[in-house]
Write a new protein. Structure first.
Length: 393
């Protein structure tokens, strides 16, 4: 991908710099921040702007308030955490646009910060409403895209604003492009892709994008159920995504033609009614009433054997119901094994980073992306609207 204009080359001293960050952090039921990684990842760009004497205005979304003001999704906890991390107060505007936001941005001095309230309190954000984008753009003189997790969305803050202001990308977005770009061009092989989670219909484009590019596709979790069901497996009471027979037949044909090896589970750990313990069974022989919950020990060994000798590995999605300690071993042990292998290992998409951290195996990866859907679409090779509007370097 052609390098994009960087914040490191932008003239920002004394200027109001509007930065789109991704502070969509998980909250506890009490409203406290459960994981501040997305805030921490933006700090290099924020400290650069502070040192350069910019007047920095931060905008983000949080949760899904559906275009309505909802105190449960206020960014006030983020303002407190950011103030602590930066070691200076970060005031917060009561809205993302309007008189108060304009006045607060006008009061900023060199090196100071302002955080706007949740962008998605306004329906114009997700609709990429031109009037809302214009209101946001009036707050700044320069735009910095630092929210990699949202660049696959054509929203007002990701597309509308950079169309109205001189624009560049922040250091985090630069790093995401550089590191994930290693999975798009010049990949060091053997290249193994390890995929779990669910929703085959949603992930088929991702799976298909690896055909011919990856040497092996290892498929676990609920993602594997429709593939096995199509092959005649008995899966007991396991919920299996339906309506995919034709799509999976085409996928199998394309995989064979591309020479990409597709590896499915050999066995499962199952949940049996009336039993508190996990039990093992063959992947195609789940007893009536039982539910497949995790890949079994034979599958772990087979997946590890496929990973051994790889030079590049991409992982997305748990290989079982990892939030339940009875069914976390598959994901934990495969990734723990990966931790001891040489090569370039990337984790991306959805809650995968959180799962790896919760299981204590995040050290298996040389790079963990902050992006969910954006990372997956980027790895597929798609053009992302939030990057397409940024000028080249």
């Amino acid at each position: 991908m052609t390098p994009l204009r960087s914040v490191g080359d932008a003239a920002v001293h004394g200027r109001r710099v509007l930065v789109r960050v991704d502070f969509n952090v998980p909250l506890t039921p009490e409203g406290a921040i459960a994981d501040d990684r997305r805030i921490v990842e933006a700090l290099p760009t924020l400290r650069h702007l502070e040192a350069a004497g910019a007047r920095t205005i931060l905008m983000s979304h949080l949760g899904r308030p559906d275009g309505r003001r909802d105190s449960r999704f206020s960014l006030r906890p983020v303002a407190r955490r950011l103030s602590s991390l930066l070691g200076r107060p970060v005031p917060m505007a009561e809205d993302a646009v309007g008189v108060h936001a304009l006045e607060a941005s006008a009061r900023l001095q060199n090196g100071e910060f302002l955080l706007l309230e949740n962008l998605r309190f306004h329906p114009g954000e997700e609709a990429n409403d031109p009037a809302f984008a214009t209101q946001l753009a009036q707050l700044g003189e320069v735009f910095v895209e630092e929210a990699f997790g949202t660049v696959h969305r054509a929203h007002a803050s990701t597309v509308g604003v950079p169309q109205r202001l001189p624009s560049c990308v922040g250091f985090l977005v630069e790093r995401e492009i550089r590191e994930l770009g290693r999975l798009r061009e010049g990949v060091e092989r053997p290249y193994v892709v390890l995929l779990g989670g669910a929703k085959v219909a949603d992930k088929l484009p991702l799976l298909e994008s690896f055909l011919g590019r990856a040497d092996s596709l290892l498929i676990g979790g609920a993602l594997a159920f429709p593939f096995l069901a199509r092959a005649g497996a008995r899966l007991g009471a396991t919920a299996v995504e339906g309506g995919l027979e034709s799509a999976l037949a085409r996928f199998a044909e394309r995989a064979a033609a591309a020479g990409t090896k597709v590896v499915l589970p050999d066995d499962w750990l199952i949940e049996v009614p009336g039993s508190a313990d996990a039990q093992a069974c063959g992947a195609r022989e789940v007893p009536d009433g039982a539910i497949a919950r995790d890949i079994g020990p034979r599958t772990r060994d087979r997946f590890y054997a496929e990973l051994t000798g790889s030079r590049t590995v991409f992982w997305n999605g748990p290989l079982g119901r990892a939030e339940d300690r009875r069914f976390a071993a598959g994901t934990r042990e495969v990734l723990a094994g990966l931790q001891g292998l040489a090569g370039y290992h990337v984790c991306a998409g959805g809650d995968s980073a959180r799962v790896a951290a919760d299981l204590g195996v995040d050290g298996a990866f040389q790079y963990i992306s902050t992006g969910g859907g954006a990372a997956l679409e980027f790895v597929q090779g798609a053009e992302l609207p939030g990057l397409a509007v940024i000028p080249s370097a």
